[in-house]
Design a protein around this ligand. Structure first.
Ligand SMILES: NC(=O)c1ccc[n+]([C@@H]2O[C@H](COP(=O)([O-])OP(=O)(O)OC[C@H]3O[C@@H](n4cnc5c(N)ncnc54)[C@H](OP(=O)(O)O)[C@@H]3O)[C@@H](O)[C@H]2O)c1
Length: 357
């Protein structure tokens, strides 16, 4: 189990430390009653778990992503994040994926995990996107780890992943060192763009990764060709990003009823249909859908219980999707249609757009 730092971490002001510690105390009092309506046994009862192949550690098969959804401009309302995380935790979730690249995403996770009293209980999959000032300069990587630990209020990160394979040849050996020192527990690499899948597969096939994170959904099944078989073969755990294709899947099923056979896998809504499909592949450890909406979180975490499709049912689900107009052209649709995210990332992107007009 993780432990929170006992002293003020380097780089954190005393004021910030006290603010957070005070929040923690207030919450410790509150956790005894109001925050969670279910006890620990009810929280984890019937949950679908998967083992991390390297250690046998069990993880719930539905996690939580934070790209754009947990990125809020300081001072703007962000209480929705508390409720999204509360429902996630109460529904039996534990795995949270974030990155220093996600604007204020890490800070949101750290603040609300503290507020909910679950900082030490979550399984944090974090990332590193790091180069250096000169060849073999590791200082940026070390600063990135320190900053992540401070923002997440953790003395150890569960999985540290090389974000989108950036500087991967240099960073993987650094991660090995951190693992030996106990600063991280597992190491991995990520990507989401299909042209990088061969490079991702090469890393898995080498056999020294604990985790790989890859884009996989009922629509985008390319990972089945090399990455997932290699992960099974080498004992690499698999996290799945973009299980909803950045909301595109919901757009094409809008106004459509679920097929009757969805009852056989206990899917009560489209979110559970898509997620149960993903986590029923034998190589998958955990899917990490993202949301800003507490109701959506309840749907998503609902996929963590009940039956899963077998091979035949998985094929039937794909066949059904293929009858829906737009499924074959999904990749051409813009992401997040109809959604507005107003964080640090979007603000910077919009400023750049304005400047280029
Ligand atoms: N290279 C990398 O390392 C990499 C790349 C991509 C993603 N990731 C990770 O993977 C996570 C997941 O991927 P993603 O966020 O890109 O896409 P995603 O999870 O496929 O889709 C997120 C979108 O789905 C919507 N959504 C979620 N639940 C819903 C529900 N029940 N009903 C209707 N709409 C729903 C969300 O909108 P609402 O806010 O309205 O719910 C959001 O717009 C990321 O957050 C990130 O942590 C990593």
């Amino acid at each position: 189990m993780e432990t929170t730092p006992k002293r003020i971490p380097a780089g954190l002001s005393r004021r910030d430390f006290l603010k957070t510690a005070g929040l923690g105390l207030a919450v410790a009092a509150a956790t005894s009653g109001a925050l969670f309506s279910r006890d620990a046994a009810a929280r984890t009862s019937g949950v679908i778990t998967r083992k991390v192949p390297r250690t046998g550690e069990e993880l719930p098969a539905i996690g939580l992503g934070t790209y754009l959804t947990f990125d809020v401009i300081p001072g703007q309302p962000r209480e929705f994040i508390r409720e999204v995380m509360r429902r996630f935790w109460e529904g039996g979730g534990r795995v949270v994926d974030t990155s220093p690249l996600y604007g204020s995403g890490e800070i949101s996770v750290g603040d609300y995990a503290t507020a909910l009293g679950i900082t030490d209980k979550m399984f944090i999959a974090n990332k590193i996107w790091s180069t250096g000032e000169f060849l073999a300069d590791e200082s940026h990587a070390h600063r990135s780890l320190e900053q992540s630990m401070q923002r997440l209020w953790r003395s150890r990160i569960d999985v540290m992943q090389v974000h989108s394979l950036v500087n991967v040849d240099v960073i993987v050996p650094i991660l090995r060192g951190w693992k030996k020192e106990g600063r991280i527990r597992y190491l991995g690499v990520t990507h989401h763009e299909l042209p990088y899948f061969p490079a991702l597969a090469n890393w898995v096939e080498k056999g020294d990764l604990d985790f790989v994170q890859v884009h996989y959904s009922i629509h985008t099944r390319l990972a089945e060709e090399r990455i997932l078989p290699a992960a099974l073969d080498k004992g690499t755990a698999v996290l799945v990003n973009m299980p909803f294709e950045k909301a595109r899947l919901f757009r094409i099923v809008e106004g459509r009823r679920l097929p009757d056979f969805a009852r056989e896998i206990g899917a009560e809504n489209w979110a559970q249909f898509f997620l149960k499909w993903v986590i029923s592949h034998p190589a998958i450890t955990c899917a990490i859908p993202a949301t800003t909406n507490p109701e959506h979180q309840s749907q998503n975490i609902g996929a963590l219980r009940g039956p899963l499709p077998d091979k035949e049912m998985r094929a039937r689900m794909v066949k059904h999707m293929e009858t829906i107009p737009g499924f074959d052209k999904l990749a051409e649709m813009p992401p997040y249609l109809g959604k507005t995210y107003n964080g640090i990332i979007r603000r910077a992107q919009n400023l750049r757009k304005e400047a280029n007009k």
